[in-house]
Design a protein around this ligand. Structure first.
Ligand SMILES: [Zn+2]
Length: 639
């Protein structure tokens, strides 16, 4: 940890540091920042800042490595119209030629602040973005600040203007609202960046723990009034999620917690964690349509678990903004803990709180296990390398993703943590579990937002304190070594087996309906794009292949388009019918394929029919998988 000016004010919390809460900082005057989001539906946000700055050379920075993004994702390309002034007179600026996120200027003598004005123009996929009815402000995309300060001590006095009539939800404490502008309490840069604001024409706030401290709220903004109509059953599930997380970890590291949920078909699905909030995004009908709800799945439980695993307990290499500023590169080699364990407990808590049925919990595990087990890229690349290279892989194309490998430190690590859980349960006869590790590692003392860093050795030591085992060797083989097969020990040790049948899993069906990406992955080894209308320009485009499986072996590749199947124009239904018929037919499957204007006929000698992964109970072993899914709270047990 870099100890610099201002750090003395940070209380030590069991080897970590407490993040300065709103209003807790004294002395230096804050940077006043006013964000005008009244034109958010035009995807433009206007920003003005008054920056206290001494005369002389000054470097202004735009946050580069954003916590939770694990990459240099600060959207600097979208900062436009930058003008600096002092006392109304222009101040020239220059971008640092070797550092695109930094600007230099010479602040003139004289009283007053350096004033910055610029616009942020929002791509739809960005963290600060909008549809016609919803806007989300993540403050790092709309601010500049002087480099060289301790970011935990840099203070901001933020205000935000919204389109007329819009409501909002945020973890940022509000001082007052006047004339359509919300004035927030002065806070540290770190906590400002940690506190997005969700706003919209249709916004509903649900109190998940009425009258309790800390409080928990779910703010839902959608593209229609119908979208935000959450059912009483779902409210009950999210209330149970809060209770189950407390039962698991035994302590919380926030003053209050705000789930922000954006429901729009014009803002891509995603999620980002914060200490006291999470920014969750799903399709417009995620709460009102059963198919979309399956696709939303356990997003909110994943992001909520991050408040403990990722924000409070954090790998040493991922402390942007805490012990240094947001500009230095990150070391993400422990993302298999940061994201992998979060993926594990996000799904486990999703099950314990009723967000996902035990059947769908197992279906999800089967899909993860089968995807990882069939993946060609695992023959050259370790799981750890997917974590180290996360900043490249988040933007990896769909084409050849199976050979490249993607951000597998999420799903494959879920299998590894499941295996760790079943080993602890087996070795202790069910008296202990990974839950005991979570309570010891992520729990007490609790209180306000804090960061406590860890290394690989700390994870191993904490596991050994629960159940002595060669945990270092366990992770070395599964994480650091190149392994030709996926780690299936957790499923098998948990009393289940990975099998393939011709029954399409519900989660696959839901995903196909929502994404129009059709799954022939475990049969032919292709994922095929459809656009809903057979014969449309995108219909039949192969997004990716599994090298070694029949389609790739026959010469198919990503980007080619399947035009016809056994002489009939392609649709996903026609290809499915051909797979079924092929089981009782000796003739090869015949495809006409277009490859950049050229057509050719490809014959695939495949007769295995449809193939999808499932878990099947192995009665010779105890059913630890079902034990893991059991709620910890009595309220949960009633359901
Ligand atoms: Zn995550």
């Amino acid at each position: 940890m870099r100890v610099s000016r201002g750090m003395a004010r940070l209380a030590a919390a069991a080897g970590g540091c407490v993040l300065a809460a709103a209003g807790a900082l004294a002395e230096a005057p804050p940077i006043a920042i006013a964000v005008d989001a009244s034109e958010a539906p035009r995807k433009i946000f206007h920003v003005t800042e008054s920056i206290p700055a001494a005369a002389g050379a000054l470097t202004l920075v735009y946050p580069k490595f954003i916590p939770g993004e694990h990459s240099a994702a600060g959207p600097i390309t979208e900062l436009v119209g930058l003008k600096l002034t002092k006392d109304g007179r222009p101040v020239a600026w220059k971008r640092v030629p070797t550092e695109m996120w930094s600007f230099t200027c010479e602040v003139p003598e004289g009283p007053g602040t350096l004033d910055a004005a610029f616009d942020y123009v929002a791509p739809q996929h960005a963290w600060t973005t909008a549809s016609a009815e919803v806007a989300i402000v993540n403050w790092w995309s709309v601010l500049l600040y002087p480099q060289g300060e301790n970011d935990n001590a840099t203070k901001f006095a933020p205000s935000l203007r919204l389109p007329a009539g819009w409501s909002y939800g945020t973890a940022l404490p509000v001082v007052r609202e006047a004339g359509g502008t919300i004035v927030f309490q002065t806070t540290s840069l770190v906590m400002l960046i940690d506190s997005p604001v969700l706003a919209g024409a249709h916004l509903k706030t649900v109190d998940l723990t009425p009258g309790e401290k800390p409080g928990h709220w779910l703010h839902i903004a959608g593209d229609s009034a119908a979208a935000i109509a959450i059912s009483p059953e779902d409210v009950a599930h999210y209330k149970r999620l809060v209770a189950e997380a407390q039962a698991l970890f035994g302590a919380r590291h926030y003053e209050n917690y705000h789930f922000l949920l954006t429901l729009s078909d014009h803002i891509p699905s995603n999620g980002l964690e914060h200490h006291e909030a999470s920014d969750n995004r799903g399709a417009e009908r995620s709460l009102t349509d059963e198919t979309s709800k399956k696709v939303l799945g356990t997003l909110l439980s994943h992001e909520y678990v991050h408040s403990w695993n990722g924000k409070y307990r954090r790998p040493e290499g991922l402390v942007s903004g805490v012990s240094a500023d947001y500009q230095p590169p990150v070391d993400s080699d422990l993302l298999w803990v940061y994201e992998g364990l979060t993926e594990y407990y996000g799904d486990v808590l999703g099950g314990r709180s009723g967000l996902r049925s035990p059947e769908l919990y197992r279906e999800n595990l089967a899909l993860i296990a089968a995807t990882m087990d069939n993946q060609a890229g695992r023959s050259w690349r370790s799981l750890e390398d997917t974590a180290v290279a996360a900043q490249l892989l988040y933007d990896g194309r769909a084409e050849w993703a199976d050979w490249r490998r993607g951000v597998d430190f999420y799903s494959e690590s879920e299998l590894i943590w499941l295996e760790a859980d079943t080993i602890i349960r087996q070795k202790t006869g069910g008296r202990k579990s990974l839950d005991d590790f979570a309570r010891a590692f992520h729990g007490a003392p609790g209180g306000g937002p804090a960061v406590k860093t860890y290394r690989f050795e700390d994870v191993v030591a904490a596991l050994n304190a629960i159940a002595p085992y060669d945990w270092a060797g366990f992770f070395r083989v599964r994480v650091r070594d190149v392994a030709p097969r996926a780690p299936l020990g957790g499923i098998e040790g948990g009393g289940w087996k990975l099998v393939y049948t011709d029954v399409k899993p519900e989660l696959t069906r839901a995903s196909e309906e929502e994404t129009k990406l059709y799954d022939f992955w475990y049969s032919l080894g292709i994922m095929v794009q459809g656009d809903g209308s057979a014969g449309g320009p995108e219909d039949g485009v192969i997004r990716d292949v599994v090298p070694g499986l029949p389609a790739a072996a026959a010469g198919l590749a990503p980007g080619m388009r399947i035009v016809a199947v056994n002489g009939r124009r392609y649709s996903d239904r026609v290809l499915l019918d051909a797979l079924r018929a092929g089981k009782n037919d000796k003739e090869p499957l015949e495809l006409i394929v277009e490859n950049v204007e050229m057509f050719k006929t490809v014959r695939i000698d495949y007769h295995g029919g449809e193939r999808y992964p499932h878990l099947e109970r192995d009665a010779s072993k105890p059913d630890w998988l079902s034990a893991i899914g059991k709620p910890l709270t009595p309220a949960g047990g009633k359901q």
